[in-house]
Design a protein around this ligand. Structure first.
Ligand SMILES: Cc1cc2nc3c(=O)[nH]c(=O)nc-3n(C[C@H](O)[C@H](O)[C@H](O)COP(=O)(O)OP(=O)(O)OC[C@H]3O[C@@H](n4cnc5c(N)ncnc54)[C@H](O)[C@@H]3O)c2cc1C
Ligand code: SF4
Ligand code: SF4
Length: 474
């Protein structure tokens, strides 16, 4: 029994901070097989249970262990239309619950998904069911919208996705290239080509149309999947100076043009915040700050940083500077950022929900000289232009959601949901698509349909003898 994971090949800190080349490299075939053979093939696979889309990871691991990469790739894309994106970006919730983690390191489930797709042929077209001649509109081309469209198209609906940006993918398009090279989404969308699915880009709900106008055009239901892409501001003086950027547009510009928003030259950058997006902004700045310095300031301590372990561990050795227990007070400059004034923080009383808070300590102001400030204070759904009658729930989660149990809004036929990560947004897309199917089925006097086989063939015939298929479904 091998308790420790076959190491995932990765570049050293100093090397990887030099450019935007991918940091993690694929397993070789041999490494993938050895890693897959560590899996216990649990009768009750907690890994599958922990995956928000119940990806049959136990199944593809079993197939890789048997050196059946084509079958593993097929099984991977069977329940996951964004498998290529997820094999590099998923926060691998499955691995947290893998029983091997109790004795050693969990199976590298996400990285084995990548091995399945690198060495097997997963580029198989999805096949729709017989057309229903019923149209559904999706607003927002991020993971939630794409997943819902896939679910609905497989059931025979005709789906149109309306997207405000000139490209599909939503926030996936802001993920830095050292994580995601930029081709992965195209690979995934390529598998959708035979479905009755239309992408309309460059059209914004609330400006070019409304959910209600889509219903009037004949769509039977509308799914609002617009995520949380409006940056929150700090609300401090100097925030509108040239040289202050919000993290999301900064990262988007970085991916869409080689120089990003501030060009590749020596810079003194301060990033405010310590979540995953802040780390992406800081590590991306580091790669173009050309001998300058990138400082992350955070109002709590190192142990409180909301960023996941992947980001904090990977960034070690890259050269980021951290200043903890400081909160920004104002940004200085005349015509251009010249510094940021921060104040020390201490523990405050718990808030209404019992969570620890911080307070500013008087007389502790200090100035950090810098020429660029990137604000990564979180994001919120941009609902300002959308009709008030929808009355979205914008609660602890920042994306708009319908208030009814099936995510329907106050306007009949209009649904809304989203998620905190790519795979959680996809899970929301699945649940909402099921609710839409149930709603349309009721209206048209038929029963809602479960997701059909995406390849319209008897699934088991494709799998090797001895593999029984998924045994655990939530
Ligand atoms: C920098 C960054 C890095 C991230 N890294 C990871 C990661 O490594 N792993 C991970 O799992 N998650 C990551 N996430 C989170 C993940 O990307 C999101 O949770 C996920 O994309 C949410 O999906 P969604 O479909 O709900 O919303 P979004 O992805 O935000 O998609 C919503 C879409 O709706 C469009 N839209 C908005 N308003 C309108 C309108 N009025 N009309 C028409 N279209 C509209 C937007 O342009 C967007 O394309 C990251 C997020 C960011 C910002
Ligand atoms: S999609 Fe994510 S959580 Fe699900 S099996 Fe793959 S890596 Fe794990
Ligand atoms: S929990 Fe871990 S060991 Fe068990 S089937 Fe899943 S990946 Fe394999």
């Amino acid at each position: 029994m091998r308790y420790q994971r076959i190491p995932i090949p990765e570049d050293e800190g100093g090397v990887r901070a030099a450019d935007f080349e991918e940091i993690l490299h694929a397993y070789s075939k041999e490494e993938a097989i050895l890693e897959a053979q560590r899996c216990l093939q649990c009768a009750m696979p907690f890994c599958v249970q922990a995956c928000p889309i119940t990806q049959d990871c136990r199944g593809y691991i079993s197939l890789i262990a048997q050196e059946k990469f084509n079958e593993a790739a097929l099984l991977t894309v069977q329940d996951n239309p964004l498998a290529t994106v997820l094999c590099k970006t998923c926060y691998h919730y499955c691995e947290e619950d893998c029983v091997m983690g109790g004795k050693g390191t969990p199976i590298a489930i996400r990285h084995l998904k990548r091995a399945a797709l690198e060495f097997g042929n997963g580029q198989v077209m999805y096949v729709p069911s017989a057309p229903k001649n019923q149209r559904i509109a999706v607003i927002g081309g991020g993971p939630a919208g794409i997943m819902a469209a896939w679910e609905l198209c497989l059931r025979g609906y005709s789906v149109t996705i309306y997207e405000a940006q000139p490209f599909m993918g939503g926030q996936v398009e802001t993920i830095p290239k050292y994580h995601l090279t930029g081709d992965e989404l195209d690979w995934d969308l390529g598998r959708l080509r035979n479905l009755d699915l239309t992408f309309v880009t460059g059209k914004r709900a609330g400006v070019d149309f409304t959910p209600e106008s889509l219903l009037q055009e004949g769509y039977l239901a509308v799914y609002v999947a617009i995520g949380a892409s409006a940056p929150r501001i700090l609300g401090i003086p100097g925030e509108h100076l040239p040289g202050v950027f919000a993290a999301l547009p900064f990262l988007l510009a970085m991916n869409k043009g080689p120089e990003g928003l501030f060009g590749r030259k020596e810079r003194q950058v301060v990033v405010v915040g310590a979540g995953d997006v802040a780390f992406d902004a800081a590590r991306s700045s580091l790669r173009i700050a050309k001998g300058g310095q990138v400082t992350v300031i955070y109002r709590k301590g190192r142990e409180d940083m909301p960023a996941g372990e992947d980001e904090t561990t990977e960034s070690e050795g890259e050269g980021l500077r951290f200043i903890f227990h400081r909160s920004p007070v104002r940004i200085l400059g005349t015509g251009q950022v010249e510094g940021i004034v921060v104040q020390s923080t201490g523990a405050g009383p718990p808030d209404a929900r019992g969570r620890p808070t911080v307070v500013l300590l008087p007389g502790t102001e200090e100035t950090i000289p810098c020429d660029t400030v990137i604000v990564a204070a979180g994001e919120i759904g941009n609902v300002a232009d959308l009709p008030k009658e929808l009355d979205f729930k914008l609660g602890p989660q920042p994306w708009p959601e319908g208030k009814k149990p099936d995510w329907m809004t106050d306007v009949e036929g209009v649904f809304a949901s989203g998620g905190q990560s790519v795979v959680y947004a996809m899970a929301a897309g699945t649940r909402t698509a099921e609710a839409i199917d149930a709603y349309v089925a009721k209206k048209t006097g038929r029963s809602p349909a479960p997701r059909p086989d995406p390849f319209a063939r008897p699934i088991r015939a494709q799998l090797p003898e001895g593999y029984g298929g998924p045994t655990w479904h939530l």
